[in-house]
Design a protein around this ligand. Structure first.
Ligand SMILES: Nc1nc2c(ncn2[C@@H]2O[C@H](COP(=O)(O)OP(=O)(O)OP(=O)(O)O)[C@@H](O)[C@H]2O)c(=O)[nH]1
Ligand SMILES: [Mg+2]
Length: 363
């Protein structure tokens, strides 16, 4: 049920050859990936992480869910407090509005939820606050539902992910966890250390690469766009299934760094037509309402396709997912939330499920 990603058969038209690299060629290290023709087309099917085969998956998921619930408990308690009375009146709705705003749900999403809830209460003729709380969970699950979509691989050779976000959001850690699941499934992964400024950043990614026995393309102090280009070209030459570019953390207000990100995206597209297939923004769940501003700014710069929300095990309020969902709906931007992180361990990153999240928030 909770597959880590979805495998698709390859798209029919072959991609053209890459054009010339923009700058000096970065170095590829490791050499563990076989230089072989592409694997036969994968059937359209879903797969569970190898570390958690189907029978074991529910307990692992249950443990993760418990951590998510624990992280969101404070928010949940604040909202639950609204429903402890006996009457459904204006006071209840006013208190609910405050509780949702306090949970970082944003004014547009809060207004949407309240209007939807009142409609549901009218329709069902609910008279008990506990029933109204259940209706709120329904409304929230419906609001979040468009964010729930599996991460697809297999339709391109390779499928290219570009991972972006502010400093310390959890990009490299999330890439490591994702790589683990892909490698366990037998996918050939190549990592691009497009954070070329810090040696520590390359080393951190290299450690994840070693752990998962996958190659890394890196270059000390080089051009991140060149590293990304080279990684995609190498991924094609080596018949890799997935190439993941890890970029340096940056604030959306740092215009020159956002320009660099756009250049990385353009350069990846030169290395493979149609790539990157996924541009993933990693958001620290503790960022609060600023997370929506990050989504908007990074989307404007590099056209996001998906999000990974980390650190929902901490003091995160969680309502920001509703804020993001409402913004995506009004802007008609189909941005998915692929994964939720609740800690630093491998099993702490799991797929997003709208209803489960709504229930965890309104426990
Ligand atoms: N508690 C918690 N910590 C996390 C989670 N995900 C990542 N971290 C931690 O957050 C810190 C930063 O993670 P990184 O993966 O290095 O973040 P980054 O976005 O790559 O950082 P820069 O490359 O410096 O921008 C590390 O200590 C991670 O272990 C999570 O879901 N929960
Ligand atoms: Mg990093």
């Amino acid at each position: 049920m909770f597959s880590f990603f979805k495998k698709r058969p390859p798209a029919p038209p072959p991609a053209p050859e890459p054009s010339a690299p923009p700058t000096a060629a970065p170095t590829a290290t490791g050499g563990r990936l076989p230089v072989a023709p592409a694997a036969p087309p994968a059937p359209t099917t879903t797969t569970t992480p190898a570390a958690a085969p189907s029978p074991a998956a529910p307990p692992q998921r249950a443990g993760w869910l418990e951590r998510l619930r624990a992280g969101l408990r404070k928010t949940g308690a604040g909202i639950a407090q609204v429903f402890t009375g006996t009457r459904i009146d204006d006071t209840l709705y006013e208190e609910l509005e405050s509780a949702l705003l306090l949970a970082d749900t944003s004014l547009p999403a809060t207004e949407h939820l309240l209007a939807d809830l009142k409609r549901r209460v009218k329709e069902t003729k609910a008279t008990d606050p506990a029933a109204v709380k259940a209706l709120l969970a329904d409304a929230l699950a419906e609001l979040l539902a468009p964010l729930q979509r599996p991460l697809e691989i297999g339709a391109h050779a390779p499928t290219v992910f570009m991972v972006v976000g502010v400093n310390g959001a959890g990009k490299t850690t999330s890439i490591g966890k994702l790589t683990y699941h892909l490698a366990q499934d037998g996918q050939k992964v190549l990592l691009a250390a497009a954070d070329t400024f810090r040696a520590a950043a390359r080393e951190q990614l290299a450690a994840w690469g070693d752990r998962n026995r996958v190659d890394i393309v890196s270059q000390q102090g080089g051009d991140p766009a060149a590293v990304s280009f080279d990684a995609v070209a190498a991924g094609r030459a080596r018949a890799c299934d997935v190439v993941i570019a890890d970029t340096a953390g940056r604030l959306p207000t740092q215009a020159h760094l956002m320009e660099e990100l756009k250049k990385i995206r353009r350069t990846i597209a030169k290395a493979q037509e149609g790539a990157p297939h996924e541009v993933l923004l990693v958001i620290d769940g503790n960022t609060g309402q600023n997370a929506l501003a990050q989504v908007q700014a990074f989307d404007a710069a590099v056209q996001l396709t998906g999000l990974i929300v980390t650190k929902l095990d901490g003091t995160a309020k969680g309502g920001v997912l509703a804020a993001i969902a409402r913004w995506c709906a009004t802007q008609q931007r189909p941005i998915a939330v692929y994964f939720i992180g609740v800690g630093e361990k491998l099993e702490d990153l799991q797929t997003f499920d709208a209803r489960e999240f709504a229930q965890a928030l309104l426990q």
